[in-house]
Design a protein around this ligand. Sequence first.
Ligand code: WTA
Length: 647
Amino acid sequence: MTDDLFPVPATWAANARMNQQSRAADHARSLTEPDAYWLERAQRLDWIKAPTKAGNWSFDEADFGIKWFEDGVLNVSANCIDRHLATRADQVAILWEGDDPSEEPRHYTYARLHAEVCRFANVLKSAGAKKGDRITLYMPMIPEAAFALLACARIGAIHSVVFGGFSPEALAGRIIDCDSKFVVTADEGRRAGKTVPLKANVDAALAECPGVKQVVVVRATGGAVNMTDGRDIWLDEAAETVSADCPPEPMNAEDPLFILYTSGSTGKPKGVLHTTGGYLLWASLTHELCFDYRPGDIWWCAADIGWVTGHTYIVYGPLANGGTTLMYEGVPNWPTPSRIWEVIDRHQVHTVFTAPTALRALMREGDDYVKATSRKSLRLLGTVGEPINPEAWRWYHHVVGEDRCPIIDTWWQTETGGAMIAPMPGATALKPGSATLPMPGVAPQIVDAEGAVLDGATEGNLCITGSWPGQMRTVWGDHDRFFQTYFTTYKGKYFTGDGCRRDEDGYYWITGRVDDVINVSGHRMGTAEVESALVLHADVAEAAVVGFPHDIKGQGIYAYVTLNVGVEPDDALRKTLTQWVRTEIGPIATPDVIQFAPGLPKTRSGKIMRRILRKIAEGDVSAQALGDTSTLADPSVVDHLVANRAG
Ligand code: WTA
């Protein structure tokens, strides 16, 4: 790993909200005077009744529980819309770019957003939804998805967004788990020129969900769908019959805001529950600090609303900050690998926030697709979701940002609500591959397998020792599972499940999930480290590395390698890459097996499914071992990997 330092550019140092000294002082105070600190920070929100208490939590079994601002009252949608009306009713709140580049972009001002959300909220109310009810959203990336989130928040209903790429089975499981009586969907979605039959999927799912009473359907493509009498209603028709005003429901800070299902290392997906006050504060504060966001900046988080990144950084953070948020229906590389950069030029985007996997895919296509665009509007580049290999980081910085834009690598999780370890552009010198330093109130700790605290420059398992406002509050319907999953591995601490290194400067380097760490001949190694070395090679586009049982070494290293377009896979290249890794990291990192793979099994959010890769590497390719592959972006990838197993 490289420790090269990229200093804060002078313009950022001079103008940003925080510099290196003030960031350090602010962080120190957040931990020494947490009550005063957080009650001050809470003033950035608009409270119906301001809180007098900040955090009230314990990670110990006897009195386990997490509360923030527990006597405060507010409404999230009023914070994201109504309070901006006096000063920026005519400013664009949501800027929408369709999948097809020839489609006209849509602009929704704060005034228009208010009307749309109020009508949507009244439609939900007239369908019978009320405070505390769960409403499942299964939506494409259209403005109505954001309206739906805000409409739920307005009436105090709890939204549960299920990614529009999940199968009917996955959708049904999530509807049943939280006992949703309402579903919001669209006729169809659109992605990369194809349509996704959302309503038909809902119909299939609902065959297993008799509890669902009403389905609100957004007309998105105009495609033909079946409507079930008495159950299904069109949003546009219903919206005409309701008022354009809907007073926001006063909510306690600890009332639930949303559930979002996420996979753990065991069992079925967990319904991560976030509440009202702490989550919104965390979304808004981290969006402002990590990206030095100012109203007027065109902000683009290129995630899907089906993931926490979409919740926090497409909708809640930027709108709470009175921003202009770009919502994009499509994918970064369609119709051409220039699309993402063309959207940036078209809308004069100031900050783009995306995932390393997208960057690697684009990098593989070559620089010409980037260089064909201007990108002069860009000031900042963000990344999230997985460790970014220094190679992709440098490409993002140099080719995309022309050495001008700091890279904001944000480490966090569905469970944390928003960024936890991340740079601030005016305050933090960057190191490619490091998420850098903790956000206010975040106290990271690195422990060894037995839980002993490791100080100074070290490597181990990442825990957070205290609560922060954006922390999840429970697993829906299973509070004990919440406690068992996160607070028992290392008693009294939140365990992230991630491995982490801290360097001499106190910078944090996430090495990947701890279940991805392998042990070769007694040496612990981050699979991300080997991957990073492999992708440094000019012929390699992407690599995924897993461990497999090895008679002598305990575990061996199995590398799946995707080559750049036009490179021929052969034994000579296999040898070259093996030697390459030995030279980059050392002989202990020598891959035992390299399998060339035209594609890797990924979830629709772009996460590589290592569980499947581990099974194939182990030679356990039964259907039972491989598990459900239907939710993968491209399930056929798995067949190819199995048929071409190496080793
Ligand atoms: C990983 C996504 C390294 C990590 C917001 C974490 C990262 C998991 C980074 C959470 C990053 C996320 N660097 N690893 N910047 N961001 N991760 O819940 O392993 O989808 O535990 O939340 O992604 O994934 P989740």
